[in-house]
Design a protein around this ligand. Structure first.
Ligand SMILES: N[C@@H](CCC(=O)N[C@@H](CS)C(=O)NCC(=O)O)C(=O)O
Length: 204
């Protein structure tokens, strides 16, 4: 399997799960500043021109959450449970994509991507809106996590890797994680995993 990635947000969760599962993937770094994700060869794999992409023989998977599923299936891992927790996992993936992640990922874009790729100054109005979004849905997440070790109950699943993806950047991206004690406790648990703390392999 070949995993195309770069050291940015969405590939982070995919690299973390690949490492956590010790999946036999060849990590292939794309330099976004050189447009390596917009070449005809790459666009033939992923017409979105975005990272990450997983290639497993004839099977090409794009969308980070779908790649998490593919990796867990391939490794026959309980990170993608087959019982009723599967519904919980899907609930949190969808909720994250539409409700929770837009706040954190906007802040990641404003404070980390913009300076890194010279995309102009921080937009204060966007920051305010994104922090409000993070707080609204963060309060929900915090309440859900009370009394639960992980999102879908007692066991770690791909939902934890997916929903927490902006939290390692909280300080740099001005994400108000510290206002939410359960979310912090949950993220501290993820930080106990080497794969979460150091998801990206060395690259040239
Ligand atoms: N919904 C996609 C989003 C992927 C995405 O937005 N990737 C960003 C990096 S986090 C990217 O490739 N940006 C480069 C670009 O759009 O040119 C997924 O979850 O995989």
């Amino acid at each position: 399997m070949k995993l195309y990635y770069s050291d940015v947000l969405m590939p982070r969760k995919v690299c973390a799960v690949a490492r956590y599962l010790k999946a036999p993937v060849a990590f292939t770094y794309l330099h976004l500043n050189k447009g390596e994700h917009k070449t005809p060869d790459y666009l033939a794999l992923n017409p979105n021109g975005k990272v990450p992409t997983l290639v497993d023989g004839d099977r090409v998977v794009w969308e980070a959450d779908a790649i998490l599923c593919a990796l867990a299936q391939k490794m026959k891992s309980d990170l993608l449970p087959a019982d009723e927790r599967l519904v919980e996992v899907q609930r949190w993936l969808s909720w994250n994509a539409y409700q929770f992640n837009p706040g954190g990922s906007t802040l990641y874009f404003e404070y980390i991507i913009k300076p890194r790729f010279n995309l102009g100054p921080v937009d204060e109005a966007e920051v305010k809106k994104a922090q409000a979004t993070f707080r609204t849905y963060g309060a929900m997440l915090d309440a859900h996590l009370k009394g639960r070790k992980w999102l879908a109950g007692d066991t770690l699943t791909i939902a934890d890797f997916s929903v927490a993806v902006t939290l390692p950047y909280a300080e740099k991206a001005h994400i108000p994680l510290n206002e939410f004690p359960q979310m912090r406790r949950w993220h501290d648990q993820l930080n106990e995993l080497d794969a979460w703390r150091n998801p990206f392999p060395q690259h040239a």
